[in-house]
Design a protein around this ligand. Structure first.
Ligand code: PLP
Length: 379
């Protein structure tokens, strides 16, 4: 079955008690038993909920996995992966991560005796230099936020397999429409479904998808034991959102390409970061592992002052100034003062994250209107 069909049909079936075509919101904490221990597969809603089951099965199908494990947020899903580890274990992570992921690794799990190495993975072979006998997990994100760097998933998976290390890929930016890390050898796919999968900026949700049953069992154990589960209403919203992922993503990609090209020829724009350009440093890898290039774009102005960037950021009408990404509406943001403000300025700038960098999450509006909005804001 192809992705568009899976998005609409996988995991869901009409409700057997009523015929309701949409999975109901099972807003219940417990389930009646006919005799002690005799029930219909549902005992208590932290452990199982039918709305969550439908979503977990749908998520597993759209990432070409076998098991989906849902959490209350993307970071709760990340927390679930880290709880596979024990004190003394080591993690190799890319040095260009979502800020919240960096925070939970360094501020929470380092205190529990897990050691992290944050390294440049633009050339995946560099990972080999950091593998030790204690390395249990490699954690990557591709494309990265906000500089749209690309990491070779297949090459990373080969290194992980050679050394018997788990590979987790945060696939939030690409979404299953653009890339399926399990097909390229990853063990765990991580999603903040808050972004493209939910797609409507109306729900916070996270998920893990795996193929291996033993790994899935460990993760379901953590989901139930630690309890960071999503509510049924949120599962319903994600299920509703994901049915249109393929049509939304197609438009995000078309609009993204048109806006990247518009920005690149604009006389006031210095540099445009978008992995669809042939001269993007890892364009060949993006082309190999992604089906298209997405709607996330960053750019800098020739006037590299923060004031010039702020003027653009406060002059758009259709692009709303806000954090987050992946919704139907276009957003504009300033990583240096918003999503990445916690990183010291020198470190930020040495990684290319300068004060004039502006990030766009291109929505699915009519692209002529979006371009006109940017044109008047940049001036
Ligand atoms: C937003 C985001 C997260 C965290 O997800 P939440 O749902 O906000 O907890 C993780 N990774 C990436 C790439 C993100 O953009």
């Amino acid at each position: 079955m192809k992705l568009g069909t899976k998005l609409i049909h996988a995991g869901v079936a009409p409700d057997p008690s009523t015929g309701a075509i949409m999975t109901p919101i099972f807003q219940t904490s417990t389930y009646v038993q006919s005799a002690p221990g005799q029930h219909k597969g549902y005992e208590y809603a932290r452990t199982q909920n039918p709305t969550r089951d439908a979503l977990q099965n749908a998520l597993a199908a759209i990432e070409n996995g076998k098991f989906g494990i849902s959490f209350g947020s993307g970071l709760a899903a990340t927390d679930g992966v880290m709880k596979l580890l024990s004190p003394g274990d080591e993690v190799i992570a890319s040095n260009d991560l979502y800020g919240g992921t960096y925070r939970i690794f360094t501020k929470v799990f380092e205190r529990y005796g897990i050691k992290f190495q944050f390294i440049n993975m633009q050339d995946a072979q560099n990972i080999k230099n950091y593998v030790t006998a204690k390395t249990r997990l490699i954690w990557i994100e591709t494309p990265t936020n906000p500089l749209l760097n690309i990491i070779d998933i297949e090459a990373t998976a080969q290194i992980a397999k050679q050394h018997n290390i788990l590979l987790a890929v945060d696939n939030t930016f690409a979404s299953p429409y653009l890339q399926n890390p399990l097909d390229l050898g990853a063990d765990i796919v991580v999603h903040s479904a808050t972004k493209y999968i939910g797609g409507h900026s109306d729900v916070v949700h996270g998920a893990l998808i795996v193929k291996e049953e033993a790994l899935a069992k460990q993760l379901y154990f953590i989901q139930n034991s630690c309890g960071a589960v999503p509510g049924p209403q949120d599962c319903f919203l994600v299920l509703r959102g994901l049915k249109t992922l393929h049509v939304r993503m197609q438009r995000h990609c078309e609009n993204g390409a048109a806006i990247a090209k518009f920005l690149r020829q604009h006389p006031k724009v210095a540099k445009v970061y978008w992995c669809g350009f042939e001269d993007h440093p890892n364009h060949h890898i993006a082309k190999k592992q992604m089906r298209d290039f997405g709607g996330m774009i960053s750019f800098t102005l020739k006037d590299d002052s923060q004031e010039a960037a702020f003027k653009v950021l406060s002059s758009t009408h259709l692009f709303s100034l806000a954090e987050s990404l992946g919704g139907v509406e276009s957003l504009i943001g300033h990583p240096a003062s918003m999503t990445h403000a916690s990183i010291p300025r020198e470190e930020r700038i040495s990684n290319g994250l300068v004060d004039s960098l502006i990030r766009l999450s291109v929505g699915i509006e009519d692209v002529e209107d979006l371009i006109a909005d940017l044109q008047q804001a940049i001036g």
